[in-house]
Design a protein around this ligand. Sequence first.
Ligand code: COA
Length: 528
Amino acid sequence: MPVLQTSAVPNNDDFQTRLAGFNRALEKLRQNHARIAEGGGPKMRERHISRGKIPVRDRIDMLLDPDAPFLELSALAAWSMYDNRVPSAGIVTGIGVVSGVPCMIIAHDATVSGGTYFAETVKKHFRAQEIADEQRLPVIYLVDSGGGNLPQQDLIFPDKEHFGGSFYMQSRMSARGIPQLAAVFGPCTAGGAYIPALSDEVIMTKGHGHIFLGGPPLVKAATKEEIDADSLGGAELHTYETGVSDHIAHSEAEALGKMRDIVANLNSPRALVTNNDVLPPRYDASEIGGIIGDDLKRPYDIREIIARVVDDSEFQPFKPDFGTTLVCGFAKIHGHPVGIIANNGVLFAESAVKGAHFIELCDQRQIPLLFMQNITGFMVGLESERAGISKHSAKLVYAVSNARVPKITLLCGGSYGAGNYGMCGRAFRPDFLFSWPTSRIAIMGGETAASVLTDLQRAKKADEDKIKALEKKTIDQFTEQEDPYYATARLWDDGIIEPEQTRDVLGICLGITADFEKDTGPRPVYRM
Ligand code: COA
């Protein structure tokens, strides 16, 4: 297979300038991750531990197989929202291996507002279930939650993808044979009671685990009955009397051990497909920062990135001399075959049809797709319209929408306008979508948006001072909102990852999707 070449020169000024900008962005990401790892802060953590409870990330570590990877999802959900008082949206989700079986883990952080559900908590819980449903991963709920965050009730309660929707998902997954397992470490109040109550198998820890539709304060308010939490819904009541719980544990460590035993006996067909004897890329991934920098206005050749992600830097290009602003080709990542579609400039009509053709090839050959986005959009203007850009870009969108193979999207740079759509943005249901800390996402750039809006006002002969103010306001708004942290806070992606980790993250995702259900129906390849 052809091997990609590099022209990166780590010693030159351009490389070093870019690297300095990139390192600032990387440092910010690491600081943000360190901040959320503290959960609700030292005081709440102290209180949690003094009650004999284990912090949420330590619970997960104890549950997972030693040395197995844990792919945490949307760690920075709710970042910068609520004065940053809801780190990780109060819930940790991710894919990890338990007793040899890859599982989706959904675990509350009780140090963050009692583990209650904000809008982003529900969205994150729901997204984790969606991935588990699509990938047929057993779900393990480590429950420690006061249920809905009451002031957020209109954002979490009634709609399709709100709290009720997560119980619907849980019931449907169980019926499809996707195991739903719960270990209860704290309160499961109101709707939260349904997480264990709808699970296939439940473990409760004595003393801390409680399940009730109404907790003691609500019972007192509703019926004037005064009762303590253990008597109302403790582990002994539910294991010995009601049968809501199947196992009682006398410590959290025991509960986690029992959970590992349950998973070991699921007779699960799921496995994380891994390959041996895989050659790493020929070029160092630590050079990616010096190639991309942090300024999207300074372009780079996406093949330099592909060369640092794929096995042995081998890449079989498709139509390398046609529609060259879209790089398409076949490669392997950790031994998994993948069809890569990567931006290398603005999308023209011919790059769009090339992309659509390539997607059909991958669909026909049942090869998963990787979209690498660095796109300002499709080319606009008379020449482009005459070349049929509206029609040809729609072909790309159509092909992306109907591809029957796993799709993974990586935001390496800009993700603007319809380019986001043609390159499998969130709306096109990629199985996974990750961003780099230097990426940006918006309907268009701030300066372009300001130019559109101010031109409209100038046409109406508006006051020039007002126009200037509008220009500033628009640029400020877009600058704030195109930031990757704004996006990840709102769950528009599955997390921001470090470029150097990309190959391993993609390897896990491809390992999860590797045994996807093959569609044996006809797969036409229309030459565009
Ligand atoms: N909605 C909004 N905020 C809530 C909340 C809820 N359902 N449950 C707890 N909180 C807040 C508390 O007010 C407190 O805020 P503060 O830190 O600003 O004072 C914070 O979360 C931590 O709660 P606290 O009671 O100190 O923690 P705890 O670990 O001792 O107890 C619970 C946790 C969940 C058992 C307890 O707070 C509780 O019973 N909450 C009510 C649960 C409920 O009835 N839910 C109904 C959902 S439909």
